[in-house]
Write a protein that binds this ligand. Structure first.
Ligand SMILES: Cc1ncc(C[n+]2csc(CCOP(=O)(O)OP(=O)(O)O)c2C)c(N)n1
Length: 342
């Protein structure tokens, strides 16, 4: 059975519209704290989550909102949670990094790499309680340098646990380029633990669906875990308001803001010597120049237009679908913002 873009694209678009609504609420100050969106990851999340069945579990990272939405969790409950209301998904106590649904066997964590042990635990339970059910762990490539993720991949391999380890690789861990702190090749690392590794284009949801399909079948039939490596781009950078993204979008304005404090600290009396200061300045300038060549400036790195282009053959059906989703998300927003009668 091939992937059906008419069912995957709506999941991606719904997730994008939902996260754009979240971004607006955050910019308006109605959601507080850091906000990590998954915009740019939709092809990966939709391609995998669309294939889960009842009894399957998900262990999510700090960008878990899209996966929960696509899994079918009530978006009003998610939004109420992010707004900090007691009637939110986790009583308003978790926020976007600690979302749980017992009913959907889904748990997220802001602790990088924690999805590994959680998914392995879900999968071990499935071996006893829900034969042929599987667990999925979603994490960034930064998490692959966390011991607990490596340990859970190793045990999953030895115990043939039904897990799909999905690495959403955007190349960055906050402001650190992962390539600079990661030894060897991630796929080879997984293979070294006895886990087959599959490279898939994280910008193409059909490709992701196919890769996930084979890995899920393998897990359901008792053959053990698969490591799925998919590259993507985080369109908003690490979190909303991320300074490197602000530089990408408006370099002149942002550089002007940075230039004054940078010059002041460079000229300050006392402290580090000239050479050390020059080296620091060079590092900052190199980071900014790198950002100006950032893939986040490249519109072809957005998975949504790519999926949409494949559906242009039926423009009226596409338009109807998009109108309907926009209406749906604006209704969700209205319900989430409505005061609940006490
Ligand atoms: C154990 C742990 N160490 C450090 C952090 C701080 N931290 C939050 S997100 C992040 C970067 C994670 O990068 P990656 O796993 O690639 O995910 P991405 O944010 O790129 O999606 C770090 C280091 C944390 N939350 N948990």
């Amino acid at each position: 059975m091939p992937p059906d873009l008419w069912s995957l694209y709506p999941l991606m678009l719904k997730s994008r519209l939902f996260e754009e609504a979240i971004a607006e609420l955050w910019h308006d100050g109605l959601i507080s704290g850091e906000m990590h969106l998954g915009t740019g990851e939709e092809a990966i999340i939709a391609g995998v989550v669309a294939q889960l069945r009842e009894g399957d579990a998900m262990a999510l990272d700090h960008r878990g909102t899209a996966a929960l939405l696509i899994r079918g969790i009530d978006p009003v409950l998610i939004l109420r949670e992010l707004l900090g209301h007691p009637d939110g998904l986790c009583c308003g106590m978790g926020g976007h990094m600690h979302l749980f649904s017992k009913e959907h066997l889904a748990a997220s964590s802001g602790i990088v790499g924690a999805g590994g042990p959680t998914a392995a635990g879900f999968a071990l339970a499935a071996q006893y309680l829900r034969p042929s059910a599987i667990a999925v762990a979603f994490f960034g490539e930064g998490a692959v340098n966390q011991g607990m993720l490596m340990e859970s991949m190793s045990l999953s391999s030895m115990w043939k646990l039904p897990v799909l380890f999905v690495c959403k690789d955007d190349g960055w861990a906050i402001t650190t380029q992962s390539a600079e702190v990661t030894g060897g090749d991630l796929n080879e690392r997984a293979r070294g633990l006895g886990i087959p590794a599959v490279e898939a284009d994280g910008l193409d949801t059909s490709v992701m669906w196919e890769a996930a399909h084979a890995a899920i079948e393998r897990a359901r039939s008792g053959q053990g875990p698969t490591f799925l490596h998919a590259r993507c781009v985080h369109l908003e950078g690490h979190f909303l308001g991320f300074q490197l993204i602000r530089i990408v979008r408006d370099p002149l304005r942002e550089m002007a803001e940075i230039a004054v404090p940078l010059t002041k600290s460079f000229l300050r009396l006392g402290g580090a010597g000239f050479r050390e200061r020059m080296a620091g300045l060079k590092t900052v300038v190199a980071a900014v120049l790198l950002t100006l060549r950032d893939p986040r400036r490249d519109p072809t790195k957005d998975p949504l237009p790519r999926a949409r282009a494949a559906l242009q053959s039926d423009p009226s059906r596409l338009q109807e679908l998009e109108d309907q989703l926009e209406k749906e998300i604006s209704n969700v927003l209205a319900s989430a913002l409505a005061e609940v009668p006490s």
